[in-house]
Design a protein around this ligand. Structure first.
Ligand code: NAP
Length: 276
């Protein structure tokens, strides 16, 4: 997706994947700075740890408490910081700014792929890991009316509920399955990626017939058991490809300062992830 976007923008840059052990994250970030990287993305398990390794945090990273996009910036002679990708000569001073593009991407994908307005919505959220927590806070900030949080480890859902009550007291938040219908079920657990895994939703406790729409953050396989059941129950349904696309689109725009070629990136993503 990113390499297709870079090619379409005519940039002689490359997007590469590196596996980094948690203990090596700081050294890897310093290395990226030293080598003149323009930016990078971070994924599990680095998004939280990176918060305190940034030189400066954008409001998005502060609000959602996680960094998935880093932009390296150079100091110009006049003292202003500019994205390294826009600096002509190699600046002497380089800093790392941390952003979060996941939360906005989730909201955009849910709105666009499911045609759902988040304000006023009643939502069942499955999962309270990194993605589940960010999704819950973002949904609350978008003025969802009511959130029902379900997670295997109940204490984590309770912690997220507490955070929402503190930051968004106008949002009703509860632990456990909803007693009535909801506008959206959102799966933010990792269940569904492997064949034969149990569904993240306990249909004894909540029937999909009571949900208008289902969004699954999982995008591989393209159709999880949850999405199959959702469609069979007549729900609007979408997988997490849109979220993956939009977090990448925003990241590319942060690094390049240019509008990202969304259609080209979507096509590359579909080809590579879903074989479409
Ligand atoms: P994480 O922090 O490791 O959290 C995993 C979540 O799944 C936790 O809620 C965990 O429950 C739950 N879980 C794992 N195994 C389970 C099981 N056997 N039974 C019940 N619950 C189980 O991971 P994450 O970063 O939040 O990611 C979660 C999912 O979202 C992954 O599939 C990831 O690929 C996807 N994701 C997609 C996008 C996108 O762009 N579409 C972006 C971010 C993440 P416990 O708390 O009880 O362990």
């Amino acid at each position: 997706m990113q390499n297709a976007g870079l090619a379409a923008l005519g940039l002689n840059w490359r997007y590469l994947a590196f596996e980094v052990e948690p203990a090596d994250l700081r050294a890897a970030l310093e290395g990226a700075k030293a080598m003149g990287f323009v930016g990078l993305n971070l994924t599990v398990p680095h998004k939280l740890a990176a918060l305190e390794m940034m030189d400066v945090l954008d409001e998005s990273a502060r609000a959602w408490g996680a960094v998935n996009t880093v932009r390296l910036e150079g100091r110009e002679a006049q003292g202003a910081w500019r994205p390294l990708g826009e600096c002509g000569e190699r600046p002497r001073e380089v800093r790392a700014q941390g952003f979060n593009t996941d939360a906005e991407a989730m909201a955009r994908a849910v709105r666009e792929d499911l045609g759902l307005a988040l304000a006023g919505a009643s939502i069942l959220l499955l999962g309270a890991g990194g993605a589940g927590r960010t999704a819950a806070l973002k949904l609350a900030s978008e003025k969802a009316a009511e959130l029902f949080l379900v997670n295997r480890t109940r204490g984590k859902a309770e912690a997220v509920a507490g955070e929402i009550q503190e930051r968004y007291p106008e949002v009703k938040v509860g632990i456990g399955y909803p007693p009535g219908p909801v506008d959206l079920v959102l799966n933010a657990t990792s269940l569904g990626m492997q064949a034969g895994e149990p569904s993240p939703l306990d249909e004894q406790q909540f029937s999909l017939g009571r949900a208008a729409a289902v969004y699954d953050l999982v995008y591989r396989p393209a159709e999880t058991e949850l999405l199959r059941s959702a469609r069979a129950a007549g729900c609007r349904a979408a997988n997490g490809l849109g979220m993956l696309l939009y977090q990448g689109v925003k990241a590319l725009e942060l690094w390049t300062g240019r509008e990202a070629p969304v259609a080209v990136m979507r096509q590359a993503l579909e080809r590579n992830v879903s074989g479409g």
